[in-house]
Ligand binder design. Sequence first.
Ligand code: HEC
Ligand code: HEC
Ligand code: HEC
Ligand code: HEC
Ligand code: HEC
Length: 237
Amino acid sequence: MANFFPRWTNVLPLKIAICLGFAGAGVVVGFAYYATPKAQRVGYQPAQPIAYDHALHVGQLGLDCRYCHSFVEHSGQANIPSANTCWNCHQHVRKDSAKLAPLRRAYDKDFAGYDGEPLKWVRVHKNPDYVFFNHSAHVNRGVSCVSCHGKVNEMEVVFQAKSHSMGFCLDCHRSPENHLRPLEEVFNLDYDAEKYLTENEILDASGNRISTQKDLGKFLKAHWNIQSKDSCSTCHR
Ligand code: HEC
Ligand code: HEC
Ligand code: HEC
Ligand code: HEC
Ligand code: HEC
């Protein structure tokens, strides 16, 4: 990886920068676009212990993200479902499929190879430890999964679709109106703002009908009193 400094030096300039209280835009842009190796993780697509397919379960069967990632609205971390969530269906559906053998090994005591070991899903997205992030703060303020993870509902195997570099976070924190949507659309990864606004009449403060994402975003930003900050201590605490 083209990283000029050994990994341990990364945290040191961060601490120094924060202590000095840099707020200059130049500093931020410099770090954001040149000093963040995370950009190279785009496309990262590890093999998983079971060939679990979001395109099938979400895109075709229509399962909601929260059926499995049930903490995402309530906690900082999203969760990966445990084997019993899968078993709810798969004790009835395609139980004898070879593709589901790892699930039965983990959960089905009647299965010949049962060992009770939890499935070891491989983590795809991971911030460095010095970054603070919180899922519920975003999804309860009209920021959709798709803004940060891409169209997971079309992925047969999950991959990292967006860079998650500091510049990526800051672009939205400075202009959240480009992304905010009504709460009931946060889990709908195929949402289209203009289509939504033709089907739903939303009036701005002066009584005019809203028709573009930007105006809807501004409206929601004011309505929720959104303050997505770019001060260092927002994400580095
Ligand atoms: C039936 C259960 C299920 C549903 C429904 C589901 N997921 Fe998942 N999701 C999983 C499992 C299992 C994994 C871990 C394996 C993998 O990465 O494919 C996962 C992984 C992920 C990851 C990668 C996590 C990481 O390691 O970084 C993201 C992002 C994700 N899901 C988003 C979504 C979104 C968005 C939706 C709704 C549109 C959704 N999921 C619906 C089961 C589910
Ligand atoms: C709401 C019910 C439901 C849940 C929950 C569910 N699945 Fe499925 N799954 C299905 C259905 C339906 C199919 C398609 C079966 C078919 O094609 O005949 C399927 C297919 C699969 C297949 C392909 C099987 C094959 O032989 O082609 C795998 C692998 C799989 N699911 C894994 C999982 C895992 C892992 C989880 C938990 C993270 C999970 N599923 C949760 C309903 C579910
Ligand atoms: C504002 C950006 C953003 C949004 C919106 C977002 N995520 Fe994430 N997601 C991330 C980041 C960043 C990570 C890595 C977090 C870490 O390493 O601490 C992550 C990690 C995950 C993980 C792995 C477990 C974890 O918490 O680290 C899952 C699963 C996941 N996201 C699912 C979802 C689902 C489902 C949604 C929509 C309901 C969603 N995410 C919305 C940025 C986002
Ligand atoms: C698509 C837009 C968007 C992206 C991308 C985004 N954020 Fe945010 N972020 C927001 C909004 C909107 C808020 C809510 C501000 C509010 O409630 O006033 C927020 C709030 C936060 C907060 C404050 C949470 C709290 O508990 O007060 C943190 C921390 C944060 N974001 C970190 C991140 C990090 C780290 C990334 C990149 C990995 C990121 N955000 C990417 C829009 C975004
Ligand atoms: C909205 C969230 C957010 C804010 C605000 C923010 N950062 Fe970051 N910062 C990040 C993320 C995410 C990374 C990790 C990027 C990666 O993994 O490549 C990061 C990484 C860094 C790094 C390490 C770069 C490297 O080479 O790994 C430094 C130094 C840094 N930030 C300094 C700052 C300073 C100084 C400020 C205030 C001017 C600031 N950050 C504000 C999200 C933020």
